[in-house]
Design a protein around this ligand. Structure first.
Ligand code: SAM
Length: 228
Protein backbone atom coordinates (compact mmCIF):
# COMPACT_ATOMS: atom_id res chain seq x y z
CA UNK A 1 0.00 0.00 0.00
CA UNK A 2 1.14 3.53 -0.76
CA UNK A 3 0.21 6.43 1.54
CA UNK A 4 0.67 10.15 0.91
CA UNK A 5 -0.08 12.59 3.73
CA UNK A 6 -0.30 16.31 3.03
CA UNK A 7 0.15 18.72 5.93
CA UNK A 8 1.68 22.02 7.00
CA UNK A 9 3.45 20.12 9.81
CA UNK A 10 5.33 17.17 8.24
CA UNK A 11 7.27 16.65 11.51
CA UNK A 12 4.07 15.37 13.16
CA UNK A 13 4.43 12.12 11.23
CA UNK A 14 7.85 11.12 12.59
CA UNK A 15 6.41 8.35 14.85
CA UNK A 16 5.27 6.43 11.76
CA UNK A 17 8.91 5.38 11.29
CA UNK A 18 8.81 3.43 14.57
CA UNK A 19 7.75 -0.08 15.55
CA UNK A 20 5.68 -2.27 13.21
CA UNK A 21 5.01 0.51 10.70
CA UNK A 22 8.71 1.33 10.47
CA UNK A 23 9.45 -2.34 9.82
CA UNK A 24 6.64 -2.63 7.25
CA UNK A 25 8.19 0.28 5.34
CA UNK A 26 11.67 -1.23 5.53
CA UNK A 27 10.25 -4.53 4.30
CA UNK A 28 8.48 -2.88 1.33
CA UNK A 29 4.92 -3.73 2.47
CA UNK A 30 4.13 -0.09 2.89
CA UNK A 31 5.40 3.25 1.63
CA UNK A 32 4.48 6.43 3.48
CA UNK A 33 5.37 9.83 2.03
CA UNK A 34 4.67 13.06 3.87
CA UNK A 35 4.38 16.29 1.85
CA UNK A 36 4.69 19.86 3.07
CA UNK A 37 1.67 21.81 1.80
CA UNK A 38 3.66 25.05 1.92
CA UNK A 39 5.92 23.73 -0.84
CA UNK A 40 2.93 24.33 -3.17
CA UNK A 41 2.61 28.04 -2.37
CA UNK A 42 3.82 30.66 -4.84
CA UNK A 43 4.10 33.73 -2.60
CA UNK A 44 7.03 34.82 -0.47
CA UNK A 45 5.08 34.27 2.77
CA UNK A 46 4.05 30.70 1.81
CA UNK A 47 0.41 31.52 2.51
CA UNK A 48 -1.95 28.57 2.91
CA UNK A 49 -5.06 30.31 4.27
CA UNK A 50 -7.33 33.31 3.96
CA UNK A 51 -10.39 34.84 5.64
CA UNK A 52 -13.72 33.05 5.09
CA UNK A 53 -16.24 34.38 2.58
CA UNK A 54 -19.33 35.43 4.52
CA UNK A 55 -17.28 36.44 7.56
CA UNK A 56 -16.78 34.57 10.80
CA UNK A 57 -13.93 33.50 13.01
CA UNK A 58 -10.73 31.86 11.84
CA UNK A 59 -9.12 31.22 8.49
CA UNK A 60 -9.85 28.77 5.68
CA UNK A 61 -7.21 26.80 3.80
CA UNK A 62 -6.77 27.78 0.15
CA UNK A 63 -8.27 25.52 -2.53
CA UNK A 64 -5.55 26.38 -5.04
CA UNK A 65 -2.66 25.32 -2.80
CA UNK A 66 -4.49 22.11 -1.85
CA UNK A 67 -5.33 21.41 -5.50
CA UNK A 68 -1.66 21.68 -6.49
CA UNK A 69 -0.60 19.36 -3.67
CA UNK A 70 -3.24 16.72 -4.41
CA UNK A 71 -2.65 16.87 -8.19
CA UNK A 72 0.99 16.00 -7.45
CA UNK A 73 0.12 12.67 -5.83
CA UNK A 74 -3.30 11.54 -7.04
CA UNK A 75 -3.52 8.61 -9.45
CA UNK A 76 -6.10 6.16 -10.80
CA UNK A 77 -7.59 4.20 -7.89
CA UNK A 78 -6.60 6.66 -5.13
CA UNK A 79 -8.76 7.13 -2.05
CA UNK A 80 -8.60 10.79 -1.04
CA UNK A 81 -9.36 11.14 2.67
CA UNK A 82 -10.20 14.63 3.89
CA UNK A 83 -10.03 14.74 7.68
CA UNK A 84 -12.83 16.76 9.25
CA UNK A 85 -14.88 16.50 12.46
CA UNK A 86 -17.92 16.79 10.19
CA UNK A 87 -17.02 13.60 8.28
CA UNK A 88 -18.22 10.01 8.52
CA UNK A 89 -17.08 8.33 11.73
CA UNK A 90 -13.96 6.16 11.40
CA UNK A 91 -14.60 2.61 12.60
CA UNK A 92 -12.89 -0.77 12.51
CA UNK A 93 -15.17 -1.63 9.58
CA UNK A 94 -13.87 1.36 7.61
CA UNK A 95 -10.31 0.37 8.57
CA UNK A 96 -10.97 -3.11 7.10
CA UNK A 97 -12.38 -1.58 3.92
CA UNK A 98 -9.41 0.75 3.49
CA UNK A 99 -6.82 -1.94 4.32
CA UNK A 100 -7.25 -3.38 0.81
CA UNK A 101 -6.84 -0.01 -0.93
CA UNK A 102 -3.73 0.53 -3.02
CA UNK A 103 -3.24 4.26 -2.49
CA UNK A 104 -4.49 6.49 0.33
CA UNK A 105 -4.06 10.27 0.38
CA UNK A 106 -4.62 12.03 3.72
CA UNK A 107 -5.45 15.75 3.53
CA UNK A 108 -4.78 17.23 6.97
CA UNK A 109 -6.68 20.43 7.61
CA UNK A 110 -5.81 23.18 10.06
CA UNK A 111 -7.57 26.41 11.12
CA UNK A 112 -11.27 26.22 10.09
CA UNK A 113 -10.52 23.49 7.58
CA UNK A 114 -10.08 23.27 3.80
CA UNK A 115 -12.11 25.27 1.22
CA UNK A 116 -14.98 22.89 0.42
CA UNK A 117 -14.41 23.20 -3.34
CA UNK A 118 -11.46 20.81 -2.92
CA UNK A 119 -13.86 18.03 -1.86
CA UNK A 120 -16.30 19.05 -4.62
CA UNK A 121 -13.63 19.11 -7.33
CA UNK A 122 -12.22 15.64 -6.64
CA UNK A 123 -15.74 14.22 -6.26
CA UNK A 124 -16.52 14.99 -9.91
CA UNK A 125 -17.31 12.29 -12.44
CA UNK A 126 -13.95 12.61 -14.23
CA UNK A 127 -12.26 11.40 -11.02
CA UNK A 128 -14.90 8.74 -10.32
CA UNK A 129 -14.21 7.43 -13.83
CA UNK A 130 -10.59 6.97 -12.75
CA UNK A 131 -11.76 5.02 -9.69
CA UNK A 132 -10.79 7.90 -7.42
CA UNK A 133 -12.94 8.18 -4.33
CA UNK A 134 -13.22 11.09 -1.88
CA UNK A 135 -14.17 10.47 1.74
CA UNK A 136 -14.61 13.02 4.50
CA UNK A 137 -13.69 11.21 7.71
CA UNK A 138 -13.86 12.08 11.41
CA UNK A 139 -12.07 10.02 14.05
CA UNK A 140 -14.62 10.96 16.72
CA UNK A 141 -17.03 13.54 18.03
CA UNK A 142 -14.53 16.11 19.26
CA UNK A 143 -12.47 18.82 17.57
CA UNK A 144 -8.70 18.49 17.21
CA UNK A 145 -6.34 21.28 16.22
CA UNK A 146 -5.43 19.59 12.95
CA UNK A 147 -5.79 16.47 10.85
CA UNK A 148 -2.30 15.08 11.52
CA UNK A 149 -3.08 13.07 14.65
CA UNK A 150 -6.38 11.93 13.10
CA UNK A 151 -4.48 10.69 10.02
CA UNK A 152 -2.00 8.81 12.17
CA UNK A 153 -4.82 7.11 14.08
CA UNK A 154 -6.30 5.98 10.77
CA UNK A 155 -2.95 4.94 9.28
CA UNK A 156 -2.11 2.80 12.29
CA UNK A 157 -5.55 1.13 12.44
CA UNK A 158 -5.62 0.47 8.67
CA UNK A 159 -2.07 -0.69 8.04
CA UNK A 160 -1.92 -3.22 10.90
CA UNK A 161 -4.64 -5.11 8.99
CA UNK A 162 -2.41 -5.53 5.92
CA UNK A 163 -1.16 -9.14 5.81
CA UNK A 164 2.45 -9.30 6.99
CA UNK A 165 2.44 -6.05 9.00
CA UNK A 166 1.70 -7.69 12.37
CA UNK A 167 4.31 -10.12 13.67
CA UNK A 168 1.60 -12.65 14.62
CA UNK A 169 -1.47 -12.54 12.34
CA UNK A 170 -3.44 -14.57 14.91
CA UNK A 171 -3.49 -11.41 17.06
CA UNK A 172 -6.18 -10.13 14.68
CA UNK A 173 -8.39 -13.20 15.06
CA UNK A 174 -10.06 -12.41 18.40
CA UNK A 175 -9.75 -8.67 18.51
CA UNK A 176 -12.23 -6.11 19.75
CA UNK A 177 -14.59 -4.43 17.26
CA UNK A 178 -14.86 -7.35 14.85
CA UNK A 179 -17.93 -7.87 12.65
CA UNK A 180 -20.06 -9.12 15.55
CA UNK A 181 -19.18 -6.08 17.64
CA UNK A 182 -17.12 -8.35 19.89
CA UNK A 183 -14.87 -6.80 22.59
CA UNK A 184 -11.86 -8.75 23.74
CA UNK A 185 -11.81 -10.42 27.18
CA UNK A 186 -9.31 -9.14 29.81
CA UNK A 187 -5.75 -10.49 29.53
CA UNK A 188 -3.19 -11.34 32.22
CA UNK A 189 0.45 -12.44 32.37
CA UNK A 190 3.04 -13.21 35.09
CA UNK A 191 3.18 -12.82 38.07
CA UNK A 192 0.15 -14.80 39.26
CA UNK A 193 -0.47 -12.25 42.02
CA UNK A 194 0.26 -8.52 41.70
CA UNK A 195 -0.42 -6.01 44.51
CA UNK A 196 -2.81 -8.46 46.11
CA UNK A 197 -4.78 -9.11 42.91
CA UNK A 198 -4.86 -12.72 41.66
CA UNK A 199 -5.17 -13.87 38.06
CA UNK A 200 -8.65 -15.48 37.64
CA UNK A 201 -8.12 -19.15 38.68
CA UNK A 202 -9.81 -20.56 35.55
CA UNK A 203 -6.90 -19.26 33.43
CA UNK A 204 -4.50 -21.43 35.46
CA UNK A 205 -6.70 -24.55 35.24
CA UNK A 206 -5.38 -25.87 31.93
CA UNK A 207 -9.04 -26.60 31.02
CA UNK A 208 -9.30 -25.08 27.52
CA UNK A 209 -13.08 -25.46 27.35
CA UNK A 210 -13.57 -23.67 30.67
CA UNK A 211 -11.12 -20.93 29.62
CA UNK A 212 -12.98 -20.39 26.34
CA UNK A 213 -16.34 -20.20 28.18
CA UNK A 214 -14.96 -17.75 30.75
CA UNK A 215 -13.43 -15.56 28.03
CA UNK A 216 -16.61 -15.37 25.98
CA UNK A 217 -18.68 -14.51 29.06
CA UNK A 218 -16.17 -11.74 29.94
CA UNK A 219 -16.30 -10.45 26.35
CA UNK A 220 -20.11 -10.34 26.52
CA UNK A 221 -20.04 -8.50 29.86
CA UNK A 222 -17.66 -5.91 28.43
CA UNK A 223 -19.89 -5.38 25.42
CA UNK A 224 -22.98 -4.95 27.63
CA UNK A 225 -21.13 -2.56 29.95
CA UNK A 226 -19.97 -0.42 27.03
CA UNK A 227 -23.38 -0.23 25.39
CA UNK A 228 -24.97 1.40 28.47
N1 SAM B 1 -14.09 24.38 11.89
C1 SAM B 1 -14.07 22.95 11.86
C2 SAM B 1 -15.40 22.40 12.34
O1 SAM B 1 -15.98 22.99 13.25
O2 SAM B 1 -15.84 21.35 11.83
C3 SAM B 1 -12.97 22.43 12.76
C4 SAM B 1 -11.61 22.64 12.21
S1 SAM B 1 -10.36 21.87 13.17
C5 SAM B 1 -9.94 23.14 14.31
C6 SAM B 1 -8.97 21.87 12.09
C7 SAM B 1 -8.71 20.57 11.37
O3 SAM B 1 -8.48 19.55 12.31
C8 SAM B 1 -9.83 20.05 10.50
O4 SAM B 1 -9.83 20.67 9.23
C9 SAM B 1 -9.49 18.56 10.41
O5 SAM B 1 -8.54 18.32 9.41
C10 SAM B 1 -8.86 18.30 11.77
N2 SAM B 1 -9.79 17.67 12.72
C11 SAM B 1 -10.28 18.22 13.86
N3 SAM B 1 -11.06 17.37 14.52
C12 SAM B 1 -11.09 16.23 13.80
C13 SAM B 1 -11.75 14.98 13.96
N4 SAM B 1 -12.55 14.74 15.00
N5 SAM B 1 -11.54 14.04 13.02
C14 SAM B 1 -10.76 14.27 11.95
N6 SAM B 1 -10.11 15.45 11.75
C15 SAM B 1 -10.27 16.42 12.66
Amino acid sequence: MKIDAITIFPEYFAPLQLSLLGKAQEGGLLSINVHDLRAQTKDIHHTVDDAPYGGGAGMVMLADVWGNAIDGVIEDGSDLIILTPAGRRFTQEMAQELSVATHLIFACGRYEGIDDRVREHYSQQEYADRNIRVREVSIGDYVLGGGEVASMVMIEAITRLIPGVLGNPLSLAEESHNEEGYLEYPNYTRPQEWRGIEVPPVLLSGNHGAIATWRSSQARQRKDANSN
